[in-house]
Design a protein around this ligand. Structure first.
Ligand code: F6P
Length: 552
């Protein structure tokens, strides 16, 4: 028995669940007309309707009791106090300091990190302004027109997602490109579309040891040098964002062209740091500061609001309700605004790399489920693809519907259709369609009894499928900052309840290590290591194919 499953609130929730699993939300709405306002929260330009969940007031009370008993308030305080809550790496997880927009210090071990945070922010702003104003010139004295970000995971997804989301604010001259895959097809495609004279490469890597990023960076530099024919030109076309000054220097980037961040910033929580340089280049300093302001507003809310009205805490605990009690193994992120199309991928890393774990902070194995599989896609496209399973399949997967209320800039009629679809889906998932309703609809279409009998079962929707609806006042930097911080904190709260360290990622190590050994074998270096028959067969097949291709 683990500590979590021994908590009184955990046991109380199980007994509550034996009743709750039979409730239908359709009935809950009939019995509780005030649900829509009871289960509604607003903060920082975000409106959360969580009424379409299989909950009553008592469920929420018990879930919040669980949060308290699991130490969530203490965890929040520890995070903001700069404590080393990343216990396996003995580091703080202090991304909240990056968006501390007050003049108050934020300390780790008694040292205020704010002077260094502000200093890097100022350097980023000065650099971004030069590039944006056309004052940062390439080797042929032309302004930069294209920015190529080379990075992967947390050094890619946040900036990529935000640049896409905020493209209405993008600088008209600067085309943003993101290269992450070591499959050279992506880099080749990108290099085909840019000119060396007017391209700025931003090499982003916290460690500056990541194989994929460094391979792409070296290839990009070789490509560049073949055109510029002058190693001195690298200085005006390559900048680095990293915590590893030594490796950046070894790569050949002048430290004066490096933007620093710190080991207390986790990769997937780093878009607020210098890793957000592509965002600042694209949307400018003022908008980047708005992004930080939105996140800061959510941070203050998370730190100070009572649990009952704390948006990240409530979303986290609703997730726990479905994962640990209903057995929901996945969670869908469905943004309806097209510019948010990379949000599911971003939240996927944020959540699954943070809480995709089964060893608790004290080193014991869990005896309960942890992070769900996060998946999703833009709303209407998903409706025409995988929503079928969500409506009538056998899995329960809670959904976050996300959209901006602001239809300005949209072509006539489009935004209404978009919103109508989103509201309709949330309604359909909640209500479903009963057999009586299905029969009545078929009869209204003029079908005879035999046809109605034959088709009715296929037309029934159980409903009772939970969802949150998150509305943004605008899809602007402020609301996006608040939205991302909301998910960051939600995930942290879930990690606290499950007793996990949400800030390490040991699970990615083994594959990286094995890949190095296999690479040596693919390149014919060293003696082949003893391996399982399948891996041996795959390696041998690849080598044979390559040998044949070389001879051809
Ligand atoms: O392999 C996983 C990971 O370490 C992520 O956590 C990180 O965001 C990504 O790789 C990139 O790492 P880096 O910024 O050090 O290149």
């Amino acid at each position: 028995m683990s500590r979590l499953t021994e908590l009184p609130s955990w046991k109380a929730l199980w007994s509550h669940f034996t009743r709750a699993r039979d409730w239908h939300m359709r009935e809950l709405f009939e019995e509780q007309p005030a649900r829509a306002s009871q289960f509604w929260l607003e903060h920082a330009g975000l409106h959360l309707d969580y009424s379409k969940n299989r909950i009553t007031g008592q469920t929420v009370t018990l879930l919040l009791q669980l949060a308290r008993e699991a130490g969530v308030p203490e965890g929040i305080a520890a995070m903001f106090a700069g404590e080393r809550i990343n216990t396996t790496e003995q580091r703080a997880a202090f991304h909240v300091a990056l968006r501390n927009r007050s003049s108050l210090p934020m300390c780790i071990g008694g040292e205020d990190v704010m002077p260094q945070v502000r200093s890097v922010l100022q350097r980023m702003a000065a650099f971004a302004a030069k590039v944006r104003h056309g004052e940062w010139l390439g080797y042929s004295r032309q302004p930069i027109t294209d920015v190529v970000n080379i990075g992967i995971g947390g050094s890619d997804l946040g900036s990529l997602m935000a640049c896409q989301a905020l493209r209405a604010h993008a600088h008209p001259r600067l085309n943003m490109h993101f290269v992450s895959n070591v499959d050279s097809a992506q880099l080749q495609d990108t290099l085909r579309r840019v000119h060396a004279e007017t391209t700025l490469f931003v090499i982003e890597s916290k460690t500056f040891t990541t194989q994929e990023t460094l391979t792409n960076a070296h290839t990009a530099r070789d490509w560049f040098l073949r055109r510029a024919r002058d190693p001195a030109a690298v200085a005006s076309h390559f900048v680095a964002v990293s915590t590893n000054l030594k490796a950046v220097r070894e790569f050949g980037i002048d430290p004066s062209n490096m933007f620093e961040f710190w080991d207390w910033v986790g990769g997937r929580f780093s878009l607020w740091s210098a890793i957000g340089l592509p965002i600042m280049l694209s949307i400018g300093e003022r908008n980047f500061l708005d992004l930080l302001d939105g996140a800061y507003s959510m941070d203050c809310h998370f730190r100070d609001a009572p649990l009952e009205s704390n948006m990240p805490v409530l979303m986290a605990m609703l997730g726990i309700w479905y994962i640990n009690f209903f057995g929901a193994g996945s969670h869908v992120i469905a943004p309806y605004d097209q510019p948010l199309h990379r949000l599911p991928a971003f939240i996927q890393q944020l959540d699954m790399e943070s809480n995709g774990k089964r060893t608790t902070r004290d080193g014991t194995l869990v005896d309960y489920e942890t992070a769900p599989i996060i998946w999703g896609g833009t709303g209407v496209n998903s409706q025409h693809a995988f929503f079928q399973l969500l409506h009538q399949g056998t899995h329960i997967s809670p959904i976050d519907f996300i959209a901006s209320l602001d239809g300005r800039g949209s072509l006539p009629g489009h935004h209404e259709i978009l919103m109508a679809n989103m509201f309709a889906q949330a309604e359909a998932f909640m209500r479903g369609r009963t057999a009586d309703e299905a029969r009545a609809e078929l009869a209204a279409q003029g079908l005879d009894d035999e046809a109605i009998g034959r088709l009715c079962a296929f037309k029934v929707f159980d409903g009772n499928r939970p969802s949150n609806t998150l509305l943004l006042d605008h899809l602007d930097p402020f609301c996006l900052g608040a939205l991302v911080a909301l998910y960051e904190h939600k995930i942290f709260v879930q990690g606290m309840v499950w007793g996990l360290n949400s800030f390490d990622q040991w699970g990615v190590e083994l594959g990286k290590k094995l890949a190095q050994g296999i690479l040596d074998e693919l390149e014919g270096l060293g003696t082949p290591a003893p391996r399982d028959a399948s891996t041996r067969h795959l390696i041998d097949l690849y080598r044979e194919q390559r040998a044949r291709q070389r001879c051809a």
